[in-house]
Design a binder for this molecule. Structure first.
Ligand code: ADP
Ligand code: MG
Length: 238
């Protein structure tokens, strides 16, 4: 795991700036929830941290090192999306081991890592199945398994549960919490679900129109929202 620091990050698409100078320090092992209305720049920010989107201005540091010039693979970051993006023709085990194979790990090493992750995520019985033979929750666990086997320094989640029904979301939320307690990987978790943010996060970052409105613990945001926008978003009585 590693610390993450954003220094005055900006993003423009053509002449239009959509992220306006975001700065944030995230400690090793911290779980950050990133919340805000649709279109406020959450995914863009994650994609810049992951190296999937060019940074227009500013610096991203991981483990104290500027990573702007590095490729996604070199950044050692794992990203979990709402669409599971599993390879349909591969089994769960093959999906989970695919990136390890690309990195040149031996078959026994791959099997060991996949086996460990499968136990952690209750996927052991499902390793031979194809994604089409899994439920939504099982697919999301397989996608997380594929991310975990790489021992990433940082986990990025982009609304990973938004395609699941309410009951499954609650269950997966508990599993993600348990997983973070086990592996303690620094995590940034985008969600539009306040309850998810409040229950999972060490600190919540409220983004609005490409700017940070407030950063604080769930209790701080609830008790002392910086403004009406935060109060409205967190649902406090203020
Ligand atoms: P969120 O994830 O918070 O819903 P996004 O990061 O997806 O928001 O988008 C932030 C803003 O950037 C939006 O106004 C969106 O329309 C714009 N945007 C995102 N991707 C592109 C793109 N490839 N080209 C132009 N504008 C984009
Ligand atoms: Mg988004």
């Amino acid at each position: 795991m590693a610390s993450v620091e954003l220094r005055d990050i900006r993003k423009s698409y053509a002449a239009l700036e959509v992220v306006h100078g975001v700065s944030l320090s995230i400690a090793e092992g911290e779980f950050i929830a990133l919340v805000g209305p649709s279109g406020c720049g959450k995914s863009t920010l994650l994609r810049m941290i992951a190296g999937l989107e060019e940074i227009s201005d500013g610096e991203v540091l991981i483990g104290g090192k500027v990573v702007n010039p590095l490729t996604p693979r070199e950044r050692n970051i794992a990203m979990v999306f709402q669409s599971y993006a599993l390879y349909p023709h591969m089994s769960v085990a093959e999906n989970m081991g695919f990136n390890l194979k690309l990195s040149g790990l031996s078959r026994p090493e791959i099997d060991k890592k996949v086996g460990e992750a499968a136990r952690m995520l209750a996927l052991t019985e499902l390793l031979d199945r194809k994604p089409s033979q899994l439920s939504g929750g099982q697919r999301q666990r397989a996608a997380m398994g594929r991310a975990i086997v790489r021992d990433p320094a940082v986990f990025l989640f982009d609304e990973p549960l938004s395609n699941l029904d309410a009951k499954l979301r609650v269950q997966m939320r508990t599993e993600i919490k348990a997983l973070h307690q086990k592996v303690a990987t620094t995590s940034i978790y985008v969600t539009h679900d306040q309850i998810e943010a409040m229950t999972l996060a060490d600190r919540i970052v409220v983004l609005n129109g490409g700017r940070i409105e407030q950063v604080g613990t769930p209790l701080e945001l609830y008790r002392t929202p910086a403004n009406l926008f935060v109060a409205g978003f967190i649902g406090s009585p203020a």
